[in-house]
Design a protein around this ligand. Sequence first.
Ligand code: CP
Ligand code: NVA
Length: 305
Amino acid sequence: MKKDLISIKDLTPKEINALFSLADRLKKAKSMQPLKGKCLGLIFQKPSNRTRVSFEVGIAQLGGRAIYLRPEDVKLGSREPAKDVARTLSRYLDGIVARTFKHNDLLELAGFASVPVINALSDLLHPCQALSDLYTIRKKLKKLKGAKVAYIGDGNNVANSLLYGCSKMGVNLSIASPKGYEPSREILSESLEFASKNGSEISLISDASRAVSGADIVYTDVWTSMGQETQAGKRRQDFKNFQVNAKLLFHAKPKALVMHCLPAHRGEEISEGVLEGPRSIVFDQAENRLHMQKAILVKLLSKMK
Ligand code: CP
Ligand code: NVA
């Protein structure tokens, strides 16, 4: 049966660890071509720099070919329903990478496609990001279990996927969001269950400085995600006490590292000084998107173990 990557919820800790090992191997062995002869379609309803380029480059490095489908080519859900797009593209392609607004569109694509579908971000989740981030944290701290991540800001797609990822991998996660901007309640309660099995502590805290207390990693993302642009003014007000800056970092561990999935809005969720400062690992983090996504592609589309 074909396998998709829609949510970290569907992966076991063992499978996530196997992805880390595969990413390490693929990073070293540049000449392996397990996707030789395979063609993938990249359906993007929203803009992208990192995800699109790292998937296109990753597919090429693995010997495959990527076809980028612009939003105006496919018009998912308006020119054609996702289920028709899925069944048509499955007749041509070996896999689909999709970035959608509605998470349900992604589920419909995966449900009707006969080839693997990879979630390249939806309004609900960003699993490739969070898997790469855990890979980055593991590399930087030389461990995952027992590490503490503080996520400051919007309880968005990235926060939701970090909840699943950290709770599966024994990472402690404190999330500080303004009232009304907390992560999905359902995902939080599922993650609390995963956390109790895997030895993580998950907490939702309203005060950012308390959330970063003792943190090894301080993570943030934009206050206004793609598709929410009309709310930007209100969000700037509501999030003003949730900026990652030098004053906030004072409460974290002295050697705490700073992560951001990018693109960053300097002066909003993160100060220029912190983003450009010595603790920031945002470009190593961006690089690891490539290695982790290659591992995901190999796992879903090839026989290589
Ligand atoms: N972090 C991330 O997914 O970046 P893009 O939106 O540029 O792909
Ligand atoms: N939360 C952000 C992530 C961008 C990579 C967004 O959805 O726009």
